[in-house]
Design a protein around this ligand. Structure first.
Ligand SMILES: C[S@@+](CC[C@H](N)C(=O)[O-])C[C@H]1O[C@@H](n2cnc3c(N)ncnc32)[C@H](O)[C@@H]1O
Length: 396
């Protein structure tokens, strides 16, 4: 019997070893499998690193001799995954053109039914160093169910809601894993947590057991545990599993977990803009000083600082007419509460309230606007609103 390398209360279990050996020993069935296997692109692909063209090298595990070897490898581990997947279970397998056709072919031959091929469109793809090709900006994830007749878990309505009431498409746009999710170590092919979070939101219920046979830094496990799902991970590398353990320990701290969950609820493609409607003379004064202020209280006098404030990145000033200018805040999400007297020292003549929310923006640079977005007024003549990046030109 194989013993776990790490076990956190049966919710996060790791096995170290070759995928086929470990899978052969596993007895209990799992609900969902997410696999990010070797794509076998090391030594096949060139990359640009520090301005130099280099041959991609993710590690020995990512090198392979021939197409036949790729097919044999995929068939082996996929058939073992099939054995331990529940009949109602689904499997997700990542890849690029180097391995994805082999994966799909093996899945079909083993009796799985392909449901979708989800495209992960990278919003920050690295440049492709050699000519004659388009930029490589996508990866593919085959999603298949074990039994064509069994009913599998899919939260269609929830996903639709997440997509603003429209059916969730099979193209998902996310950036690569960011520095905030790599604070505990390094893995050359770490998947973005947002991607795994979406996958598990789509096809799992609380308490489900999720297996990742090529766990690496355990991104799948972190997403699973954050969502209240159990996780089993396999990897042959102790170094990567240790990284996964550190990531798991990080989210044991409720404050750290909360921070990450907040990131999951945000769309990294969207910017948060504070909209301020001002009379023409006030509008000019705000631009002159780089200060935008709003009354910091409703009619009952409580502070009107909404939870979205820490995400504010821009301020849009307009007079309600054709004039509208967008400015970047000096510090993202940073605001102060000033009294009427302090504002008066800067030449303003605020009237209605004692306290004001003050935002400082870079008044020297206006971001050109293609068109004035469809902004709605709130009762206090401003509204913090999330707009897609494409609404504005020149935002970096
Ligand atoms: C593409 S990476 C997975 C990265 C992971 N999704 C993450 O977010 O960190 C593939 C992983 O599979 C592991 N691996 C490769 N071949 C293996 C094998 N035969 N048995 C077990 N693990 C293997 C590698 O050590 C590597 O960490």
């Amino acid at each position: 019997m194989i013993l776990p390398y790490y076990n956190n209360n049966e919710n996060f279990i790791l096995y170290q070893g070759d995928v086929n050996c470990v899978l052969a020993e596993m007895k209990d069935k799992v609900d969902v499998i997410f696999a990010d296997p070797p794509y076998f692109l090391s030594s096949q692909k060139q990359i640009l690193q520090n301005g130099r063209i280099k041959v991609c090298d993710k590690g020995e595990w990512d090198r392979v001799a021939s197409v036949e070897n790729i097919n044999t490898f995929n068939r082996n581990w996929l058939s073992k995954c099939r054995d331990i997947l529940k009949d109602s279970g689904t499997i997700w397998v990542c890849g690029t053109y180097h391995n994805i056709y082999s994966v799909e072919q093996c899945l079909i031959e083993l009796g799985f039914q392909v449901l979708n091929i989800v495209v992960w469109q990278k919003s920050d793809p690295p440049p492709t160093p050699y000519g004659g090709r388009f930029n490589f900006s996508a990866e593919y994830i085959v999603w298949a169910r074990k039994e064509p007749k069994a009913i599998h878990c899919f939260h269609y309505e929830e996903l639709k809601q997440m997509n603003g009431g429209k059916e969730m498409p099979d193209v998902w746009r996310f950036p690569s894993s960011g520095a905030w999710e790599r604070t505990c170590g390094k893995h050359p092919t770490q998947k973005p947590l947002r991607l795994l979070y979406r996958v598990l939101q789509a096809c799992t219920e609380r308490g489900y057991v999720v297996l990742d046979p090529f766990a690496g830094s355990c991104t799948t496990g972190i997403a699973a545990n954050l969502l209240g799902r159990r996780f089993i991970g396999i990897d042959q590398s102790k170094e990567y599993l240790d990284y996964g353990v550190r990531r798991r320990q990080e989210i044991s701290d409720p404050v750290a977990a909360e921070k990450i969950l907040k990131k999951m609820s945000e769309n990294p493609e969207e910017v948060m803009v504070m909209v301020n409607h001002a009379r023409p003379e006030l509008y000019r004064k705000m631009i002159e000083t780089g200060i935008c202020y709003l009354r910091a209280g409703d009619s009952k006098g409580s502070l009107l600082v909404t939870p979205g404030f820490e995400r504010l990145q821009y301020v849009l000033l307009h007079t309600g007419g054709d004039d509208a200018q967008l400015f970047k805040l000096k510090n993202k999400g940073h605001f102060q509460i000033w009294t009427r007297e302090t504002l008066q020292q800067y030449g303003f003549e605020p009237r209605n309230a004692v306290y004001y929310v003050v935002l400082h923006f870079d008044a020297s640079k206006t971001i050109p606007m293609k068109h004035i977005p469809n902004l709605k007024e709130d009762k206090n003549t401003f509204r913090a609103k999330i707009r897609p990046l494409s609404d504005f030109m020149g935002i970096k």
